[in-house]
Design a protein around this ligand. Sequence first.
Ligand SMILES: [Zn+2]
Length: 53
Amino acid sequence: MTSWICDKCGYRLEAETPPEECPSCKKKCSFVDNSCYTPDCQGQPIDPRIKNN
Ligand SMILES: [Zn+2]
């Protein structure tokens, strides 16, 4: 599963592919891949915790 975030309203969902219409703001939004933008990931492509283990 991939985490997606609406670039308009910030709505987040997890799905294989993002929906064309945002279920939150009901507009055609661009969903961006949020997977590497979570606080834990800190913008890095690979979760740093993986290296520590
Ligand atoms: Zn939206």
